[in-house]
Design a binder for this molecule. Structure first.
Ligand code: FPP
Length: 183
């Protein structure tokens, strides 16, 4: 199954001016209102990654929950919206779960950490696309990006079209993924 994850609001984005935060909350609500039905009819499973319980307006939290429930059984693709999400926060949460489960230090492997993240079934990321000419991770998916191919584009997010996506995929196909090996 293909996986696509969009970084829609970070744990640091609360530091933006209140009007911008309100815009992003509203924008994300509109994504659900305007596209939720089409995601469902195309068999897309929509999931939210991050901390919905913290500071998110209730009306948006309910809409997030509803679209997750509606699309739960879909299997054409998983669209994860990283919302109120931070890569460090995700790792911190996994460590907390491991301690709560009473695991001892000898039981901690890389797989144990991955298995205690919010979505243990989520695979490592193959390609990261960062838009707007920025060249940083901004606390996104730190664990799963270990061997991701990074594609940086000058295009601003609102200007991204299908052809921008094809361009990024073509760039990815030119890459030689070695995972620490030599071949
Ligand atoms: C549904 C959807 C995909 C909405 C998109 C709206 C959008 C582009 C929101 C930006 C949110 C975000 C997490 C930016 C990450 O970089 P940053 O700008 O917070 O980090 P930086 O300050 O390090 O550049």
């Amino acid at each position: 199954m293909p996986w696509l994850t969009l970084f829609a609001f970070s744990t640091e984005n609360w530091n933006r001016p209140a009007a911008e935060v309100a815009f992003l909350m509203d924008f994300n609500r509109r994504v659900i209102d305007e596209h939720g039905g089409s995601f469902h009819s195309r068999g897309v499973r929509v999931r939210y990654m991050g901390r919905p319980e913290r500071r998110i307006p209730q009306v948006l939290r309910e809409a997030m929950h509803d679209i997750e429930e509606l699309t739960r059984e879909n299997d054409a693709m998983t669209l994860t919206l990283a919302f109120n999400y931070g890569g460090r926060d995700e790792i911190r949460e996994a460590v907390r779960r491991i301690l709560d489960a009473g695991l001892s230090s000898s039981e901690i492997t890389e797989s144990t950490i991955a298995q205690h993240m919010q979505y243990p079934d989520m695979p490592d990321i193959d390609m990261l696309v960062r838009t707007a000419g920025e060249h940083r991770l901004s606390n996104f998916a730190l664990w799963r990006l270990a061997y991701a191919e990074m594609v940086f584009l000058p295009t601003l997010w609102p200007d991204v079209t299908e052809s921008t996506v094809h361009e990024a995929i073509s760039e990815y196909r030119r890459r030689d993924r070695r995972f620490g090996s030599i071949a």
